[in-house]
Ligand binder design. Structure first.
Ligand code: FES
Ligand SMILES: [Fe+2]
Length: 345
């Protein structure tokens, strides 16, 4: 069930704000222990978190200008991983003494890392430009969870929009939304999974965002997927039979990066769209309630279910095969794209 990692692709390593100047931030990605820091010019640098001398974590060292000094015996490395100083007698650096590195860059307030050996391709970075252009008060906290599950289980959860009627009953979905068609559309290596549910009783989160009157709504959800686990969920509600521009909703940003085969760095935040004009105090109150409801849906409901799924899968001898339903169409399609990307060019 657990496939090998896709290497020649971008992974979200952390929010830019989680890498302040002067800090050495250790983070394991695809089973590889790494350390991130910033050069004197503020550029992101990344090395394997294992000194080639006697394997101490470099994250226990210190930054000296544009070099990282190992905290154990003081070898110094530059941003390319070359050992540039041995302070000990004879000062010789044995051949092959270097720390592995990976290309990294920042975009949309996210630190991205390219884990493969091929030339990094910035044209494949997923577009999260809406984080940059939205007014700051419309962007939620840039959040993080370490999930005890393979990243595919979380991507599956996000692309299976049907679970809202059960796992998030009342909060994000309800019985009236079950009989909704799932549409899947592929453009290049980008996938969109959409559902549109007309004239249904309003789930709690949508009511809070929209009119707060409990009356029926049309609900749209259109979620974009880019390899291997970068998602953008455009969802909202409007009055039945009206244009969605008269409604309101949010964009959910979900970034899944394997730490190991059974643990995932999950970065997420939300950007409000078409907010209804209210007084600022009421808006503030609604934002607080929204993040509370989203927290409940992710942490108490999705997380509990996904981690329990992982425990069941880990307990098996690896021969489990899912029984695909119509609601799994998006999941089947994104796995196909990952398989294609894994093939040598
Ligand atoms: S382990 Fe790093 S210098 Fe010795
Ligand atoms: Fe969910």
């Amino acid at each position: 069930m657990i496939a090998p990692y896709l290497l020649d692709t971008w992974y979200a390593a952390m929010w830019s704000a989680d890498l302040p100047a002067g800090a050495l931030v250790p983070r394991t990605i695809l089973d590889e222990p790494l350390v991130f820091w910033r050069t004197s010019g503020g550029e992101v640098a990344v090395l394997e978190d294992r000194c080639p001398h006697r394997f101490a974590p470099l994250s226990m060292g210190r930054i000296l200008g544009d070099h990282l000094q190992c905290g154990y015996h003081g070898l110094e490395f530059d941003v390319n991983g070359a050992c540039v100083n041995n302070p000990h007698p004879n000062r010789a650096v044995p051949p092959g003494t270097f720390a592995r590195t990976h290309p990294a860059l920042e975009r949309h307030s996210i630190v991205w890392i390219w884990m493969g050996d091929s030339q990094p391709d910035t044209s494949t970075l997923p577009d999260y430009g809406l984080i940059d252009t939205a007014p700051a008060d419309q962007v939620s906290k840039r959040d993080y969870l370490l999930m005890a599950a393979n990243y595919e289980l979380i991507a599956d959860n996000l692309l299976d929009l049907s679970h809202a009627s059960y796992l998030h009953a009342g909060l994000l979905g309800n019985d009236a939304m079950v009989d909704t068609r799932t549409d899947v559309e592929r453009q290049g290596n980008t996938l969109w999974v959409s559902r549109f549910t007309p004239d249904v009783p309003v789930p709690q989160l949508y009511d809070l965002m929209f009119r707060q009157d409990g009356r029926n709504v049309d609900i749209w959800t259109r979620i974009r997927w880019n390899a291997p686990g970068c998602l953008l969920n455009d969802t909202g509600a409007c009055a039945p039979n009206t244009d969605r521009s008269t409604g309101t909703g949010l964009y959910g940003i979900h970034l899944l990066t394997p730490e190991t085969a059974t643990t995932t760095h999950y970065h997420f935040c939300a950007v409000r769209q078409n907010t209804v004009q209210r007084d600022p105090a009421a808006d503030e109150h609604i934002r607080g309630q929204l993040s509370e409801l989203r927290h409940r849906a992710f942490e108490e409901q999705d997380r509990a279910m996904i981690e329990a799924q992982q425990r069941n899968i880990s307990r098996s001898n690896g021969d489990l095969r899912p029984a695909p339903l119509s609601v799994d169409a998006g999941i089947v399609r994104y796995h196909r794209i990952i398989d294609e990307l894994r093939l040598p060019a």
